[in-house]
Design a protein around this ligand. Structure first.
Ligand SMILES: [Zn+2]
Length: 472
């Protein structure tokens, strides 16, 4: 929604908001449930049981086409010239010789990456708002747009045994109610999609009972949303024995699902979580299978995991996720640095039998990797909160090399000695560091409503200095 239509929407009475959401939903449904969608679903289904060799052959062919098409954009033409691309080489070899594409370059030169001039009329441009400056523009052809829903239809919903025809509730992304609305309904319906959009901004203890009533009446088969929002509901439900109707599957995205949160959410809705990992830029997708492992969809993009020097990490080694989107020929993203941290699973076999590569997600951002004075890099602090039951939420912030702040939202049963336990655990985990614990009412979300479990305030050059000193 543009900011004008957003203002009109939020100034409208609830019944008119409801009408707007259902009309919008209908249009949206028409656009994405296109012929492209059904064809793509059939194609992705047919490849679900491919062997590793089949996927590689597919990637090689698609990559060559991508590189040839990219040569038509001003940005890549220059890059290919400077990199002296030898078109006689196999496509993967050419790729390995190309420079990385940074977020900053994509943000400032989005239009230069586009391979068609003028841009076809059917193109839609998605603007993702960053924390600073101009938003990043991603160009979508109708076909590429359909992909965004077609692949999850097969590999997220499909693996969980549901479909887009099943009833669902979505928590997040869209703001559907005014912030100052203080009575239900905190949800709006889109009948064409058999979907309700629920607000994540009104999940206070006062309102959660109304949400639970709604979930029992509406009886969705599936729930989608940020795990932190779903956990807030699930935790209330379990503590007050006031559960939602059981669902068939939960779909989460965008944030780490900690083991504790997973258990609470799965107990409240009595079904499994199927997490998804993707980039808003559409250049990669990975989905959890029924065994909880993240399988990359090789047709969507080529994923590399690279270390700080830009070289490929070995299996099990932590690094930055770099991806080359194989499907967006209109605006190719080649070796795009996502800033996400992950590693390839050491064991690349899964009991589900699928041969798609397996990622282990150490969710978090490269800039939020904390570092100890002896050079250990850390992105997860789950163990620090092990055995401390009385916490609703926690956020770890590295302020200085030897100073951490932990913000805690305590539960009613929280006691003074829990603080000591956390400090002790923190020292076991991170060594001799100072730890300040702050008890707070809530932990601030990012502009897009995301919860950040770890924040590192050290600059990259400070981190590099420690790492260099340790390696000497
Ligand atoms: Zn699997």
């Amino acid at each position: 929604m543009s900011s004008l239509s957003e203002r009109i929407y939020f100034a409208s009475p609830i019944w008119l908001q409801q009408l707007a959401v259902s009309s919008y939903g209908w249009l949206w449904y028409r656009r994405r449930m296109s012929r492209h969608f059904y064809r793509l679903v059939a194609e992705y289904q047919s490849r679900d049981n491919w062997t590793r060799e089949q996927f590689l052959a597919y990637q090689e062919k698609q990559l060559l086409q991508l590189l040839e098409t990219a040569d038509g954009s001003p940005y890549y033409q220059a890059i290919f010239r400077v990199s002296r691309v030898d078109w006689q080489l196999p496509a993967f070899k050419i790729l390995a010789g190309l420079p990385f594409l940074s977020k900053e370059t994509l943000r400032t030169r989005a239009r230069d990456l586009v391979t068609q001039n003028p841009v076809p009329n059917s193109t839609s441009v998605f603007k993702s708002s960053g924390t600073t400056g101009t938003p990043t523009e991603i160009y979508y052809s109708p076909e590429f747009h359909a992909l965004e829903l077609a692949v999850p239809a097969v590999r997220n919903l499909g693996w969980a045994g549901v479909s887009y025809h099943s009833r669902r509730v979505m928590f997040g992304v869209r703001k559907v109610c005014r912030f100052d609305q203080d009575k239900p309904p905190f949800w709006r319906f889109s009948p064409a999609e058999d979907l309700a959009y629920a607000s994540v901004y009104h999940l206070s203890p006062k309102n959660i009972p109304a949400y639970l009533d709604f979930l029992r009446t509406y009886r969705p088969d599936m729930i989608m949303g940020y795990p932190s929002a779903l956990h807030t509901i699930a935790q209330y439900a379990m503590e007050h024995n006031d559960k939602p109707a059981p669902a068939k599957a939960i779909f989460t995205t965008s944030e780490t699902v900690t083991e504790g949160h997973r258990q609470t959410i799965e107990s409240a809705w009595q079904c499994k979580i199927y997490d998804r990992y993707g980039a808003v830029e559409g250049c990669m997708l990975a989905f959890q299978c029924e065994h909880g492992r993240y399988h990359v969809s090789p047709e969507v993009g080529i994923i590399e995991i690279v270390n700080t020097e830009g070289y490929p990490c070995s299996l099990g080694e932590l690094g930055e996720v770099v991806c080359t989107g194989l499907q967006n020929l209109l605006q190719p993203l080649i070796r795009y640095r996502t800033g996400d941290v992950a590693r390839w699973a050491i064991d690349q076999t899964c009991p589900c039998g699928r041969q798609m590569p397996i990622l282990e997600l150490i969710e978090g951002r490269v800039e939020d990797i904390c570092i100890t004075s002896d050079g250990r890099q850390m992105l997860r602090f789950d163990t620090v909160f092990k055995g401390v039951e009385n916490i609703r939420e926690a956020q770890v912030v590295q302020e200085q090399l030897d100073l951490f702040t932990i913000c805690l939202v305590p539960a009613d049963t929280f006691e003074e000695h829990d603080i000591q336990k956390i400090k002790d655990n923190m020292r076991l985990h991170a060594g001799e560091v100072r730890v300040d614990v702050h008890l707070v009412d809530q932990i601030e979300r990012t502009a897009s409503g995301k919860f950040r479990a770890v924040i590192c305030k050290l600059r990259q050059d400070e981190k590099d200095r420690v790492l260099n000193r340790v390696s000497e």
